[in-house]
Each structure stands twice: as C-alpha cells, then as structure tokens.
Write a protein that binds this ligand. Structure first.
Ligand SMILES: Cc1cc2nc3c(=O)[nH]c(=O)nc-3n(C[C@H](O)[C@H](O)[C@H](O)COP(=O)(O)OP(=O)(O)OC[C@H]3O[C@@H](n4cnc5c(N)ncnc54)[C@H](O)[C@@H]3O)c2cc1C
Length: 481
C-alpha cells in the first residue's frame, strides 16, 4: 500500500475538480488529484460540446430545408444528410476539445495524479482501489454524475443509448425514441429529427423543458406538439424487443394512443450523482447524509456540515451546469485550502439555456418563485416581432418578472429565436439590479431579436408606478414592433 499525505485531496478530474485544484495550488497548499475514469471532462467528452456539435449540424439541415420560404429552391431530395459524415465531424471536433483538456491535465506532475476509484476510509482519509492510501487535511468531492436509466428501459441491451454512448455512433439511426423531455432530451431528439431521424419523445411526467410559467409552458408545448411526436404523462407503456429494434406503445395524458417501431432508444431521463463508490458513511458521523445518500452541504460555501469536506459540480445534485461547476469547484478548492477559515461563494444569477428548437431560457427567479412576491409581469410574443419575421422564425414568447417594491427585474422565462443571447442581457440586468427606468434607457439596435425582450420590459414598466415607468425618450416604438 502506498501512503500519501497532502493538504487537499480532490476526487474527480472533471470541470469542478480541475478548478478546485487550481485554487488549492494558488493558495500554496499541497494537493493530489484522483480520477477513476478517463481525463477530458463530461463537458468536452459527452456533454456540452458534442451535443452542440450535433445541434450545429442539425441547424444547417434545418436552414437548408427552409430555403424555399425565402424563394431559394432546394429540392427536398437535394438535401442529403450523410449521417456518417455528421458523426465524424462531431467526433473529430469533440476529440479536439478533449485533447486540449487532457493536455492540461497531463501537464500536471504525474506523482500528484492518481488513477482509480476513491472511497473514504476515515473522515479525510481515502483509499484508491486499495492500492494507495491518501491522508489529507481536507477533501473536495467533485465526482460528477452519470445518466439515469429508468427501470422500463433497462432490458433493452444494445438498443439503449445514453449521452455517454450516443456521440460514439458511426451512423445516425433511422428512428429514435427519446425518453426525457428536459433540455438535454429535447436538444438531442430535435437535432436528430432535423437530421432525418424519425423521433418520438416520451415522458411519464407531463413536463416539457422545465418551464414553471404556465403561459410560456403552454405556448412552447403548442409549438413542439405541432412539429414533434410527444407522449407526455404516458401510461400503459409497453416496450417489446422486435427483430431490429423495439416497438413502443402507450397512451399520453390526453388519452391519445402512440405506437411506433424504433431502431434505438435514448435515455435522457436526468442524471445521478456519482457518490455510492465514495462510501461516504466511512467519513464518520460528522458528515450528515440526505435521504438520497448525498452529503448535506451549504451552497454558500460548498462545505459539508462542519467537516473539512467540500462538494462541487454535478456531484452536489443541485442540477449544476458548466459555469456553476467552475464556480463551485473554485470555491470548494479555495475553502478546502484555507479550512477552517472559509469564505462565502459569490453565486451568480441562475441562468439555464436549452439549445432546443427554438431556444429556451429560464433565469433569475423562476415564475414559481417570483410570484411569491408582489410582481408585475411584462410579456411579448415573437410572432409579430420584426427580426423574427425577417428570418422566418417568428415563434416564441417572453415573460419578465419585475418586483413592484424595487422596480427591478427579478427573473424571466422565455423561448424563441436568439434567446440564448438575449437571455444573457436579462440575466445581467437581474444581477446588476438595474431599475427599470434605467434599463429602458439603454440602447437596443433595430431590427434585432433583442427588441423582443425590450417590448416585454416596456410592458412591465407600463404596469409600474409613474416613477418607474420608461422615460419619454424611450417611448417611441421602432418600426415593425
Ligand atoms: C449531453 C449533455 C449536455 C450538456 N450541455 C450543457 C450545456 O450546454 N451547458 C452547460 O452549462 N452544461 C451542460 N451540461 C452539464 C455539464 O456538462 C456538467 O454540469 C459539468 O460537466 C459537470 O462537471 P463536473 O466537474 O461536476 O463533472 P465531471 O466533468 O463529470 O467530472 C467528474 C469526474 O469524477 C470522476 N469520478 C467519479 N467518481 C469517482 C471516484 N470515486 N474516484 C475518482 N474519480 C471519480 C469521473 O470519472 C469524472 O471524470 C451538459 C451535460 C450533458 C450530459
């Protein structure tokens, strides 16, 4: 058994773990980095980057299919999606991203990097595959998460895909059943359909894209239902293996019958934190576990109870996204290095974006949270929005929530063209607590998709007291609005 003593042991060399390591180093403390899988991070290998590469190909196909709308004749038969070439580009570019991360990790001193699964054998003592014993002053748990596969899909063998295997395909399947209608399921299923794959979505819950605002949810659902096959709130689900694939039958929440034959099935039903292998109970009674077996921790410091253990990224089950995994990793690393003198983390305004068709975003306080206080709701539709019509993407809706007491924007839920960009402007306005009057004095160029969010902000401002209303100089409406 090799014995190692260090200041901070970091378990997991993903985005959160690597950012934790950097902070420990910056604080001048000793560290070791333990990784049980391959280097390269979930984001680059099987997450953000390969999914966006697939979506990029889908968007080219969508643009080509809509060329006729602009008077540009591309016969449908002239649009040929070469599935092997699409996947080859996804894999080539993905490998490039992974290679960059690997290079950085492999540049770290080899004697401080350990390969193997870590588990606790004491409060801050870890065993790595029973070969190495690490004694640390503090530990950062940054073990990430893995795709959850619901019970109903477990017998599907090689037909079943998850986001860990989807991007390895050499060809596109002819048909795909997607289980899960959150951002990831929708992103991937919609992209596949644009690339010519026959797709149907299934969810035992009546949920789509995670909106809490009933009006935004209703309109998004109407858009998606018109263009995609959806079995939401399914009951009486029957999945049977057939020759080359499987048949799926069910009834949705509206009683409508769905039946189809599918070559592959994608499980996009959420993610499970990688915590079991850590055997957290061995960290001692100071570490309190929740009902799911995860450590109770303070999201303002990432500290688990009063222990020298810190958690970050997807391992924390908070539904992390990449920029939060970076922040949490950095905070966990810095606090582990200076323990017991820990600092509070600077939490950014919550921002979730789905690279769906069309884009979805939820930011700041969601409707469900914002409506607990006195708010006014401003809204606007993209159906008659100038730039959205110009580009023939006039679908979408935005609802902004403005606090009556402060006259400041506190959150928004929206979908529509360009939303991945305009949602940032709203999130920044929430973060800077800019009063409405000031916000509406800022420039918005014409004709842009950002005019859509300004219309919603003006709608909210009109409902506020005189003092908060948009100033006269900004009242003139741009043509097309
Ligand atoms: C398909 C998909 C698309 C996504 N798209 C986006 C997006 O567009 N934007 C966005 O912000 N986020 C996106 N995400 C989420 C984002 O990728 C994750 O939030 C982020 O990568 C989590 O980083 P992490 O460091 O927590 O985990 P990881 O990068 O998974 O790192 C955890 C590491 O810990 C290792 N490990 C686990 N257990 C042990 C153990 N016992 N001992 C040692 N090592 C261990 C694992 O092997 C792994 O390398 C997406 C995710 C997926 C799956």
């Amino acid at each position: 058994m090799i014995e190692v003593s260090t200041d901070v042991a970091i378990v997991g060399a993903g985005t959160a773990g690597l950012n934790a390591r950097r902070e420990v180093q910056r604080a001048g403390k000793r560290w070791v980095l333990i990784e049980s899988g391959v280097y390269g991070t979930t984001c680059a290998r099987v997450g953000c980057m390969p999914s966006k590469l697939l979506i990029a190909a889908a968007e080219v196909a969508r643009t080509a299919s809509s060329a006729g709308e602009f008077g540009i004749g591309i016969a449908p038969e002239a649009i040929r999606v070469d599935g092997a070439a699409v996947m080859a580009r996804v894999q080539r570019e993905r490998d490039r991203f992974v290679g960059l991360v690997r290079k950085d990790v492999e540049a770290l001193p080899a004697e401080l990097r350990f390969h193997g699964a870590a588990r606790f054998v004491g409060p801050t003592e870890l065993s790595i595959d029973d070969r190495v014993r690490v004694r640390a002053q503090a530990v950062v748990i940054a073990t990430g998460s893995r795709p959850t596969v619901p019970e109903v899909l477990r017998g599907l063998g090689e037909l079943l895909l998850t986001t860990d295997t989807l991007f390895e395909l050499r060809e596109l399947p002819r048909s795909l059943a997607v289980f899960g209608t959150g951002a990831i399921g929708l992103e991937l299923g919609q992209a596949m359909q644009a690339l010519g794959v026959r797709v149907a979505f299934f969810n035992p819950l009546d949920e789509l894209a995670g909106f809490s605002d009933p009006e935004v949810a209703r309109r998004f659902r109407a858009y998606v239902t018109e263009r995609y096959e959806l079995a939401l709130g399914y009951k009486e689900l029957k999945i049977e293996r057939t020759g080359a694939g499987c048949s799926i039958r069910c009834r949705d929440s509206a009683g409508q019958h769905h039946e189809g034959q599918f070559e592959r099935v994608l499980s996009a039903a959420g993610r499970t934190p990688n915590l079991e292998a850590l055997q957290l109970k061995a960290a001692g009674p100071g570490l309190e576990l929740d009902e799911r077996g995860g450590p109770r921790f303070d999201p303002e410091t990432m500290q688990c109870g009063t222990t020298p253990l810190f958690i970050a990224g997807d391992a924390s089950s908070r539904g992390t996204v990449l920029h939060e995994a970076v922040d949490e990793g950095a905070a966990a690393g810095a606090n582990a290095a200076r323990f017991p003198a820990i600092d509070r983390i600077h939490r950014r305004v919550p921002l979730r974006i789905g690279f769906t068709d069309p884009r979805v975003a939820v930011l700041g306080q969601r409707y469900a949270e914002a409506k607990q206080r006195a708010i006014v709701i401003g809204e606007s539709s993209y159906e008659d929005q100038g730039r959205a019509r110009v580009i023939a993407q006039a679908h979408g809706h935005v609802r902004v929530y403005v606090d009556r007491a402060s006259g400041a924007l506190v959150g928004a839920e929206l979908f529509g063209p360009g939303v991945e960009h305009s949602a940032h402007l709203l999130a920044w306005a929430v973060g800077t607590r800019t009063p409405m009057a000031e916000l509406l004095r800022l420039p918005v160029y014409h004709p842009t998709l950002e005019e859509g969010i300004r219309t919603a902000l003006r709608d909210a401002a009109r409902q506020l007291s005189d003092a908060e209303r948009c100033p006269a100089a900004d009242r003139g409406s741009s043509p097309g609005l």
